[in-house]
Ligand binder design. Sequence first.
Ligand SMILES: [Zn+2]
Ligand SMILES: [Zn+2]
Ligand SMILES: [Zn+2]
Ligand SMILES: [Zn+2]
Length: 418
Amino acid sequence: MVPTNTPPYKSEEIIFFIDLSTDFLKRKTLIKALESFVKEKEKVSGNSKYGLVFFKEGKDIFSIYQKDPEFIIDLIDDSWDERDINNSYFENGLYEILARVFKKSRTINKTYRIVVLSDTVSSLSEEYHTALYNLVIKAKNFSTFIDIIRIGEKKFYEDDVRLKIITSETYGGTLYCKNAKQLDTYLNSLVKSKDDYNIIQPKPPQILQEDITFYEKLAADLISLSENDKKVGILCEQELCPICEAYSDVLYKCYNCNASFHSCCIAEYSITNNIGFSHIFRCPQCSALLKIDKDFVDMVEADQKGEDYQIFSGEEDLEIEAETREEYQEAIVERQEVHTPTQKKVKIGGFFGSEVTINASSNSKGNISINSSNKKETDKISISKLKPPKKRKKITLCSICGTSVKNSSICPVCGSKV
Ligand SMILES: [Zn+2]
Ligand SMILES: [Zn+2]
Ligand SMILES: [Zn+2]
Ligand SMILES: [Zn+2]
């Protein structure tokens, strides 16, 4: 298989978070609106999956994902009276959904649409909102869009600004539905796929450099091959690495689909196809989130630019006493994990909107635990710890068909200029 730079078809999952604690919206009205939404949605794209999150009495969370729409609507119908009608669990519900987005994003690259139906202001403190905001800005890098429909007659709500921050960060909207009977109109305005909006987005979503530890923990290392694996790299389709031509550049593979790569080949791939950090990328074959050694990628990148590579360039000002390289790296990680609240200015309501300042914590540890899906492989050596050979030849990957092209400016496979 020759991987290309065209991303694989992205499927969409729509997750309804029902955070309704009054009886302003009647069950029948909601069911009717949801049925209308699903009908309209299937005209646009027929294969969306659906999820549902709500809180039962006593703060017990109920969540179900990746189901057909009919199943979800029946479920809402059946469990309507079981929901907690005393409180809003706005933040808690979104924590749960975003944790699932992060977990799934390790292996699958798809679009998540979170639609929150809310009629009550959450009473949780500012810290909860800040923690939520820090998750939201990470989730939007995994194609997550949040829309909130506030249902109720009031003209103003205490959390108007908070809601707008959450939705505008993810290119969604906060809608106010004052007449419950019109819910179907509001829901149907969300039918259009968010991917269609990408063209008019002012700039691509930005990954914050201070969140590097978060993404490194989410991504899996490459692992060593098993005896039965094919001993050919999928990018170069060769046994011996064509870039360094050294036998020491042995193949390592993706834990999820067994696609194997030479260090040089995958480093060059990662430099042009990463998620925002040059060493973290999606597997060209199965889209699993993977990482390779950052210093090695930096070296390859410097090579490409014809620069002298210095491993710790730019970090000399660090006041760290470290005997070994490992200690040094630990120190850097520790430094990144120190909890330092910073302030961030957020613009609401477009260019002419108002600017608000919110606290953005840079504590990378977070509260989300992600189950490692490759536990059984952890005894194998990770490529992150290896130092592949440094003698390298000039070679590039064709940006059209992905073939590696050596000492030529024309791709031998598709004929395009590289
Ligand atoms: Zn893979
Ligand atoms: Zn290769
Ligand atoms: Zn190599
Ligand atoms: Zn080509």
